[in-house]
Each structure stands twice: as C-alpha cells, then as structure tokens.
Design a protein around this ligand. Structure first.
Ligand code: NPQ
Ligand code: MG
Length: 369
C-alpha cells in the first residue's frame, strides 16, 4: 500500500478523576493520534506517550519529534506491503517504542480495512469477549480507597488492581483484602521500591494476591529474581519487558512468572504477539496492560487480549472508566461477567468522530507524499 499521508494530532482529554501512581498525579491525558491514508482508506493509531516522562522516558514531545523527523519520512510515499515491511523500514532507529507502536497501529487498522478482516482476526485472536479488571489509582486515604473500590465492584468489575507506592501500600492492600477477601486483587508499584524494602512484599504474600507488578527498577531483572525467590505471589513485569528477548530472559532467570503485555512498551502489536507466543509456549500467563487509552487504543487492546494466552484479566476498562466523552464510537461497555466484547468489524472496528477529535486537539500536523 502506498502511504499517501500521515496526520498527527496532539490531544488532551480531561480525566474523570485524577489518576495517581507512584510516579505522580495526572489530571489530563495527553496522547498523539495518528491517521494514515493509503489507497483511499484511512487507518487510525494512538501513541500513548503522555505529557510527562513518568511511566516511560517518552513524552508527546519526543514522540512528535521522532515521528516527524524519522518514522513518518521512512514510510511516506513508500509502498509498505505489510507489518514486517514496516518494521524493516524503521529498524535502523533505536528506541522510542511508544511512538513506533502508535504508527504501527494505524497500519494494522489500514491492513484490516483493506482485507476486510478484524484486527483480532489478523492477530490470531480466538475469543469473542475478554475478561477485564480496573486499575485504581492511589487515593487520599484508606477510607476513600474502600469507597472507590466498592463503586467499581458495583459497576461489575471482578478484578481490582491497586496502585501502590512506599508509605501507601500495606495498610491499603490489607484494608481492601479484609473488606473483600474473595476479590481477585493485585498491586502495581511502577518501579517505586528497592530490594532492601522486600519485607513490604513479604508482608503482602499471605494475602494471596494474583500478582505483584513491577515492584523494582525497570532495568533490574537480577533484583526481581532475588525478590521472586522469597515470595509465593507471582511477580509480574511491566516496564522491564521491552522485547520478546527480554521476556525470554526474565522467565529464564525467574525474575517474574507473569508478563503484562502492552503493545506500546513493546514497540507495536507484532512484538506483543511475539511475547504472547513465547509465554504461551512456556505456560507463563500474560494479560493486557492499559495506558488510559482512547477508544482507538482500547479497541486494539481488546483485539490483542482475544489471543488464547491472555488468561488473566486485562487493564481494559469500559470506555466510561477514564473519560466523560471518547473520540471514537461505539463505546465499550462491561458485560455482567466482567468481560468486554472484542470488536469484530474490519480493522479496529471503531469510527473516530472528527468533531470529538477536533474538540480535544491542541496541535495537528499533516505530512503528504
Ligand atoms: C501501568 N497503567 O500498568 C499503567 C501506568 C500508567 C492503567 O495502571 C499517563 C501516561 C498516565 C501513562 C497512568 C495503569 C498513565 C500512564 C498510568 C501509565 O503501569
Ligand atoms: Mg504497570
């Protein structure tokens, strides 16, 4: 397909409530929306880099820069045959997985539309609906946390992830566990601890959490292995896993037993499927992480999570979890069994509303072949 144009939109969407993690509080979600045109059709992608380099070193600014200067020129006016071809054209560039994944997603959407196949079908997905959970930010106090968790349970979520940070961990997790002893519960530290603080996690061990996500530094498989050796609860790695090779080495070295798969962090859906396939072959459970996506990224996550190895509930909430108004339709809603249906129309299976997109756009750029 000859790529005729690429548009970038820097958007800012107000979050329904501030989202606090160990790296900071977000009131708005910034992202870059990508539109690719080829052969009279258009595909949409979403780069989930934010305003602030907290989860990743990438930001909207760095993503815009590498897209404009390097990634877009590498494909504009070119005949890009498939995703492998696309990856080859970007292979010389180092890093910037979030920017790369946003552009790759628009290509997947285009290819699906051109072939009349849903993204789930292109990826090898099997399930029509996928189990999901909700990620709960750090709250002002334990009482508020309990109220917030109760509200999500009333909404129908059957798996809850608590964000934790030093000083806002054990009391919170114990309180939620005591109030809901049978609830499928997990925690995410976003790299906020050091191995010297292992007693915190040893104290959580008897609670039977589903997993402990990314307790230690992103670049530290060795200390994660040391921590996993003293815990029964599985460690799940998120930020540490940037490729299929990292996944293999993390499992081989017992740094984790579970992997959170995010296409953005892995540089795209193709690498995400590769990590899934490796973990599936080794019997290691995976689940689909979340990046507070708009309907574009949410549709992509649902398609990915329909692959058979995604045996744990994903951080893929209903469309109304984070935003009052989305830029894509139809909205995704939670089924009574805490699942969300996988889109089955061609490509991403959603329609971007140009007026809704314009309302949240701060800056646009168009690149034409
Ligand atoms: C995680 N997500 O699993 C991430 C972290 C995260 C749903 O917990 C702006 C940009 C806000 C990136 C909030 C969830 C973000 C962000 C959270 C990433 O680690
Ligand atoms: Mg995480």
């Amino acid at each position: 397909m000859r790529i005729e144009s690429v548009d970038l939109h820097h958007i800012r969407m107000r979050l329904k409530a501030p989202f606090e993690t160990s790296f900071g509080v977000e009131h708005d979600r910034d992202a870059v929306i990508v539109r690719l045109r080829a052969e009279g059709i258009e595909g949409w992608g979403e780069c989930v880099a934010g305003a602030f380099p907290g989860y990743s070193y990438e930001t909207v600014g760095t993503a815009w820069h590498v897209l404009e200067e390097f990634f877009v020129p590498a494909i504009l006016g070119q005949d890009v045959k498939d995703v492998d071809d696309f990856r080859g054209r970007l292979a010389a560039f180092r890093g910037h997985p979030l920017a790369r994944a946003g552009l790759e997603l628009a290509l997947w959407d285009l290819l699906g539309l051109a072939r009349g196949a849903s993204l789930a079908t292109l990826l090898g997905g099997e399930r029509r609906a996928v189990p999901v959970g909700v990620s709960v930010g750090i709250q002002t106090d334990v009482r508020t946390l309990l109220e917030v968790v109760e509200r999500y349970l009333a909404d129908g979520y059957r798996r809850v992830k608590l964000k934790i940070k030093p000083g806002r961990d054990l009391d919170e997790v114990r309180a939620v566990h005591a109030a809901h002893p049978k609830l499928a519960l997990q925690v995410d530290a976003n790299s906020a601890y050091a191995l010297e603080q292992k007693t915190i996690f040893q104290a959580m061990d008897p609670l039977g959490l589903l997993l402990i996500e990314q307790p230690l530094a992103e670049d530290d498989l060795l200390d994660h292995a040391a921590l996993q050796a003293v815990l029964r609860t599985p460690i799940c790695l998120d930020e540490s896993i940037l490729s299929q090779r990292h996944a293999r080495q993390a499992l081989d070295s017992h740094a984790c037993r579970v992997i959170n798969i995010k296409p953005a962090r892995l540089g795209g859906l193709a690498e995400a499927v590769a990590v899934h396939d490796l973990c599936w072959a080794r019997g290691a459970p995976v689940w689909c992480g979340g990046m507070l996506e708009t309907g574009i990224g949410r549709a992509s996550n649902l398609a990915l999570a329909s692959l058979p190895g995604f045996t744990l509930p994903g951080d893929i909430s209903a469309s109304d979890r984070y935003y009052a108004e989305d830029i894509a339709s139809p909205p995704f809603t939670l089924n009574s069994d805490s699942t969300i249906d996988v889109p089955d129309s061609p490509g991403l299976g959603i329609a971007v509303d140009p007026r809704a997109l314009a309302r949240v756009t701060l800056r646009s750029a168009a690149f034409n072949a």
